[in-house]
Ligand binder design. Structure first.
Ligand SMILES: Cc1cc2nc3c(=O)[nH]c(=O)nc-3n(C[C@H](O)[C@H](O)[C@H](O)COP(=O)(O)O)c2cc1C
Ligand code: SF4
Ligand code: SF4
Length: 271
């Protein structure tokens, strides 16, 4: 039995879920999805074919992130493929979009789950109290255990999409357009004078979209809109419009920036 869990995570929620899944499946290999992964995927695929593949990732604007949609084009087939999407509140039609995309390649997504956690979308920020956050994670932990049992039983299960009556107006007014311009949305990121040139934003970026130029971050318009840089900056020096200046930053309580960076360097080292 071989089991691979591929994950993409900006602020650590999806990494937290991926780790919970690995607790239930200690034999599973945890693999971060970064820009250069498809090449390694091809290498890995030629060696062993896993019989179980899990994909764990956040919902962005009611859909899977672009990097996940691209990754889905390279994913090897397996006997049982499942997806877990973490989100703030509304997963939109994320699972259906991914399922259809995989189906076009002849891959059946056998199961899909949504785990609501805390939002990383700093534009509409997390307003939960510490107690509220703890409650959400407790519920999520119970759900990961249910999901693990389902996976062991090869269950065919899909959590429901957000009802269309909620999904459609938001997507129409906001998200459909935003999805088209995601890679260049970073041109609206502004770095203020609080920046201490620590380089954390560069290091946590999952797609190497940031360099430091004259000690200040520069964004290269290959953005995934994960908001890692904004959320992990210790000085709150990066903002996306004036709105985010007032908003709290967020990252998962059990995941450190070192966890996120270490995983990414693992990939970078191979270049
Ligand atoms: C650009 C962006 C868009 C988002 N859109 C949604 C959304 O449509 N619905 C939702 O419930 N959460 C949304 N979120 C929140 C994330 O899905 C959620 O916080 C997720 O658990 C973050 O996972 P991560 O910590 O692994 O990056 C969004 C976050 C970002 C950064
Ligand atoms: S993380 Fe913040 S303080 Fe550090 S280099 Fe980036 S913007 Fe500057
Ligand atoms: S630039 Fe910031 S928001 Fe864009 S992918 Fe990198 S860390 Fe994420």
């Amino acid at each position: 039995m071989s089991h691979r869990i591929y994950y993409f995570s900006g602020t650590g929620n999806s990494l937290w879920v991926a780790r919970k899944m690995q607790e239930s499946f200690p034999e599973a290999e945890l693999i971060p999805i970064t820009k250069d992964l498809p090449i390694e995927l091809e290498e890995a695929e030629s060696q062993t074919k896993p019989d179980t593949i899990g994909l764990v990732f956040p919902v962005y604007m009611m859909k899977p992130p672009h990097i996940i949609m691209n990754f889905a084009q390279k994913l090897p087939n397996a006997d049982y493929v499942y997806a877990i999407a973490t989100c703030g509140q509304n997963s939109g039609n994320t699972l259906t979009v991914l399922k259809n995309s995989l189906l076009n390649r002849g891959i059946t997504l056998s199961a899909g789950y949504v785990i609501p956690l805390v939002t990383s979308f700093v534009f509409l920020p997390n307003t939960k109290s510490q107690k509220g956050v703890e409650k959400v994670f407790k519920k999520a932990e119970a759900k990961t255990q249910t999901i693990a049992v389902n996976i062991k039983n090869r269950a065919l299960h899909f959590d429901k999409d957000t009802p269309k009556i909620i999904q459609k107006p938001i997507s129409f007014l906001l998200f459909n357009h935003a999805h088209r311009i995601i890679p260049t949305l970073d041109k609206h990121f502004k770095v203020n004078s609080s920046c201490v040139s620590c380089g954390i934003c560069r290091d946590v970026c999952p797609v190497q979209n940031i360099t430091l130029d004259a000690q200040k971050p520069v964004f290269h318009h290959q953005c995934e809109m994960c908001f890692s840089c904004i959320n992990w900056c210790p000085e709150k020096a990066i903002n996306w419009t004036a709105v985010t200046k007032r908003h709290r930053r967020y990252h998962c309580k059990d995941i450190s920036k070192e966890d996120v960076i270490a995983k990414r360097y693992f990939r970078l080292k191979k270049e």
